[in-house]
Design a protein around this ligand. Structure first.
Ligand code: CP
Length: 309
């Protein structure tokens, strides 16, 4: 069913997810053509409202919107009146007057995209809010996994690292569970909260490998969100939970895939050689992000009734 906003994965039905993943396939095929644009959103306007840094999500949404022929405006938060104390709501009212069709928002505060969605007729897409949700990352992750495992039900994905501060871990765990994938979390006990009873928790790398995952999904250690020290040192983290050269060899022998949402901390969650590993899906994730985000933009209906999150 079409909707106005995409704020999280929780509110999506399995059939919505499957339809978005199916729609991503023809959009990805478009990338191999000489003309990579379709007129689906011609005349529509997309506003990028990023209050936090982003490389992949920002550029991927911009490319996705342009490939659908939408007009894209980058709202420069650093140059806006927000720096003079203007509230987000006032900013949105200003933007509302501009009759933007889509607002893509990233903010450090969980729930802020939902607040914006309630104050605008535009379709709001959450591009990451605090430790809450990153729904388009989850969609591109699921799409990437489905390319390797067309029926992912029953497959096993081990998510490693800073689960506590990770909106990616929350959204990707949720989408995978909705698709019938088994999910486990591994990391220092202080960074692996009990998210839900269907997620298996590990604090020991070898025990997690004995669970026999198909995919090892590494998370970035988010030093900027850690107000207290959750583990002794980055060096120790790498030795206990990082993919070292030795662990990469074991992963290669088992034929496992490796994923990472980026940006990567080399020498922390992985060693340099992971980037050249033949079953690394990290670059596939970046490419698939454009197709998945095109599918989201194409699906949402600006101006329609807002669904309760
Ligand atoms: N995966 C992700 O959200 O990356 P960026 O912070 O570069 O957008």
């Amino acid at each position: 069913m079409a909707r106005k906003d995409l704020l999280d994965i929780e509110s999506l039905e399995r059939r919505d997810i499957e339809s978005l993943l199916d729609q991503s396939v023809p959009f990805k095929e478009l990338f191999t053509r000489s003309v990579k644009k379709v007129p689906a959103l011609k005349g529509k306007s997309v506003l990028m409202l990023f209050y936090e840094p982003s490389t992949r999500t920002h550029s991927s949404f911009e490319v996705a919107a342009k490939r659908l022929s939408a007009d894209v405006t980058n709202f420069d938060v650093g140059q806006s009146s927000i720096t003079k104390g203007e509230s987000v709501r006032e900013t949105i009212e200003t933007l509302q007057a501009m009759r933007t069709d889509y607002v893509i928002v990233r903010h450090k505060n969980s729930g802020l995209p939902g607040v914006i969605a309630r104050h605008t007729k535009a379709s709001v897409i959450n591009a990451g809010d605090g430790a809450h949700a990153h729904p388009t990352q989850a969609l591109l992750d699921a799409f990437t996994i489905k390319e390797k495992f067309p029926d992912p039900s029953g497959r096993k994905v081990l998510i490693v690292g800073d689960i506590l501060h990770s909106r990616v871990a929350r959204s990707t765990t949720m989408i995978l569970q909705k698709l019938g994938v088994q999910v486990a979390h591994l990391g220092p006990g202080s960074l692996v909260p009990k998210l839900n009873r269907d997620v298996t928790r590990f604090t020991n790398y070898e025990a997690a490998m004995d669970w026999q995952p198909d995919i090892v999904y590494l998370l970035r250690v988010q030093m900027e969100r850690q107000d207290v020290q959750f583990f002794p040192s980055l060096r120790e983290y790498h030795q206990l939970y990082g993919i070292t050269d030795l662990r990469l060899e074991q992963i290669r022998e088992r034929g496992l895939y490796i994923m990472h949402p980026g940006p990567v901390n080399r020498g922390v969650e992985l060693c340099d050689s992971v980037m050249d590993y033949e079953r690394s899906l990290i670059n596939d994730q970046v490419e698939n992000g454009i197709a998945a985000r095109m599918a989201v933009l194409y699906w949402l209906k600006p101006g329609s009734e807002q669904q309760d999150p």
